[in-house]
Ligand binder design. Structure first.
Ligand code: DQA
Length: 144
């Protein structure tokens, strides 16, 4: 099974940005954790991060041509603004799970809207880095 993990803007700054919200572990730590979890589950994982909306759209389209089975996506701030990312997910029609490290539901009002959430079949928030592994398991279970 092939899974693509997409991380949006400022997630490359994990460990530096607002550690009280996102924790002290780095983006590298996150990638290591995802790679290990994928190995344990016999999943072929690709991890991608970008600060640019169009690059994320391009990577979602890439997933179509590379026959990716499932997408785990933390669009970060684009969650709350991007119709383009929502439309890209709809276009490729690959099962996707939305992930947030923090508990977005208990944060500012502007974080209560999720465009990608209108496509994703599950949403995991507030579980820290573990949320990505949880999301991977949701995809594996769905595709079983
Ligand atoms: C986030 C939550 C978003 O509201 C925020 O813009 C982020 C990270 C999270 O993982 O908790 O950058 O997606």
């Amino acid at each position: 099974m092939k899974i693509l993990v997409i991380n949006g803007p400022n997630l490359n700054f994990l460990g530096i940005r607002e550690p009280d919200i996102y924790g002290k572990n780095t983006y590298c730590d996150l990638c290591e954790m995802i790679n290990e979890a994928a190995k344990d589950r016999n999943v072929d994982v690709t991890i991608f991060q970008s600060n640019h909306e169009g690059d994320i759209v391009d990577k979602i389209q890439w997933a179509y041509f590379h026959k990716i089975d499932g997408i785990v996506i933390n669009p970060a701030a684009y969650t709350h603004t991007s119709v383009a990312i929502l439309d890209a997910l709809k276009a490729v029609n690959i099962p996707a799970v939305e992930v947030h490290i923090s508990d977005v539901d208990s944060r500012e009002d502007f974080r209560q809207i999720s465009y990608v959430g209108k496509y994703c079949f599950a949403r995991i928030a507030g579980e820290g880095f573990e949320g990505y592994v949880h999301a991977m398991d949701e995809i594996i279970n769905k595709l079983k």
